[in-house]
Design a protein around this ligand. Structure first.
Ligand code: GDP
Ligand code: IMO
Ligand code: MG
Length: 433
């Protein structure tokens, strides 16, 4: 029996989907604990590729139960679209192994409108660069206590009065931003058929997750986004609106912290960021272009080119601390093939001297927080056939050892390609402790 949290250690898109899918070969339950359809988690099986946005990444494993936790925000259309897409691929049994927390909050049409209008109003330089999926406004409604929960779909008449109250609260903002205020009746009419399909999936996700852990099952808690996008611990205000860090699993899945056995952080062998905000190791040269082209670094939700840069070890040490990482899965090592030299940020120079953990409150001040780099030899050999560290060329092996040592976290896995098999497994989290 092991409860494992999988968390992004950077700014999202670290390869959580691949790693959760890989590990769930032996997991009976996967619970996603944060975020909404701003996430895009890519699963590659053979030549088949699937991007899931709300469904947990265990969904392709027929024996795995999947739970959408109460820390999530749910867009009914997106969720049903994903379910239909999977049914078309032969996974018609989803109803029997999928549960939606009745306490998860719903993303409604006004959240999407507000997200778009707000971003436009902020304009260039100030806009967050959100995915415009309504995430921020939906979590705002939750905190303001005007949110609609999935369980509210059970009673459409009551739902209408709740939507009316939420619209009353939003109307001044919508008007000030020049937007139209949709009618509660139209929203509930549109939601009706979706509600009929979602209500049978509703359940007490917190109890289900806890019972699975108590029953001795192997349970995986899947994060979305990443540590530096976390509402509390990220590069505020350029963050998402939920608790992406490992601690978010206890709240978003509804299990006690003492139930968690192991936390695995996922990091790319370099860094990417999509959207605005500080990114000290960002590259705008040929190496940055190499990472984007070879790593196919384009947003899986919005298609935007991802910003690319060198690996930031101080950021990884920060992620180790705030998540309590036990192990690290290092992804996309293969993407560095072809670079003559590879740099790694090892420290920051600040007014307080050289520091080895990300000075998170200073990183929007390049004059006060300057990255310090080490440079390592690159390698030219393709890596995707490597199945043990001994299969790696010497320079790649040195790079991997440098990261493990610099991060101060043992490596559990090194990923050398998007497919399940393109993995070097060093330690399995279900048996690590
Ligand atoms: P997530 O949001 O953390 O699940 O990550 P995304 O799915 O948004 O982005 C990761 C991308 O990298 C996807 O296209 C994956 O298929 C791909 N990927 C994951 N691991 C590897 C790897 O080791 N090598 C390569 N080349 N691609 C990988
Ligand atoms: P996964 O789970 C990368 C970013 C957006 C923006 C900021 C706020 O696939 O790793 P939001 O729409 O959440 O209000 O946008 O967060 N962002 C992500 N970046 N991966 C993600 O998810 C992201 N989800 C949100 O680009 O900068
Ligand atoms: Mg992603």
């Amino acid at each position: 029996m092991t409860a494992v949290v999988i968390v992004g250690a950077q700014w999202g898109d670290e390869g959580k989907g691949k790693i959760v899918d890989y590990y769930t070969e032996s997991a009976q339950v996967v619970v996603r604990y944060a975020g909404g359809p701003n996430a895009g988690h890519t699963l590659v099986v053979g030549d088949d590729k699937l991007v899931v946005r709300l469904l947990p990444s265990g969904i392709l494993r027929p024996a795995t139960a999947c739970i959408l936790g109460q820390g999530m925000v749910i867009d009914a259309k997106v969720l049903l679209g994903e379910i239909d897409q999977l049914a078309a691929r032969g996974h018609a049994d989803l109803g029997s192994r999928l549960m939606l927390s009745d306490r998860a909050h719903m993303i409604l049409p006004y959240h999407l409108i507000l997200d778009g209008l707000r971003e436009s109003a902020l304009g260039q330089g100030k806009a967050i660069g959100t995915t415009k999926k309504g995430i921020g406004p939906a979590y705002e409604d939750k905190a303001r206590r005007t949110g609609i929960r999935a369980g509210d779909l059970r009673d459409l008449a009551r739902l209408r009065t709740l939507v009316e109250a939420a619209l009353d609260a939003w109307r001044p903002t919508l008007t000030a931003l020049g937007g139209d205020c949709p009618s509660a009746a139209a929203i509930v009419d549109e939601l009706g058929p979706h509600a009929a399909r979602l209500v049978p999936l509703l359940g007490n996700a917190s109890r289900a997750a806890d019972e699975a852990v108590q029953a001795g099952k192997d349970v995986m808690f899947e994060g979305a986004q990443g540590t530096l996008l976390d509402i509390d611990h990220g590069t505020y205000p350029f963050v998402t609106s939920s608790s992406a860090v490992a601690g978010g699993a206890t709240i978003g899945a509804g299990i006690g912290p003492s139930r968690i056995d192991c936390v695995v952080g996922i990091t790319k062998a370099y860094t990417t960021r999509v959207g605005s905000g500080p990114f000290p190791t960002e590259l705008s040269d040929a190496s940055g272009q190499h990472l984007r082209d070879v790593g196919v670094e384009f947003g899986s939700v919005t298609g935007r080119p991802r910003r690319t840069g060198w690996l930031d070890l101080p950021a990884l040490r920060y992620a180790r601390r705030v998540n309590g990482l036990d192990g690290l899965a290092l992804t996309k090592l293969d993407v560095l093939t072809g670079l003559a030299r590879v740099k790694v940020c090892v420290a920051y120079d600040t007014p307080d001297g050289r520091v080895d953990e990300l000075p998170v409150d200073l990183i929007d001040r390049p004059d006060l927080a300057r990255p310090v780099y080490d440079e390592l030899d690159g390698w030219q050999e393709a890596l995707s056939a490597a199945r043990s560290l001994d299969d790696l060329p010497a320079a790649a092996r040195r790079y991997v050892d440098f990261i493990a040592q610099g991060a101060g976290v043992p490596l559990y896995l090194v990923s050398v390609g998007p497919r399940r098999a393109e993995s070097i497994e060093l330690r399995h989290p279900f048996t690590a402790k």
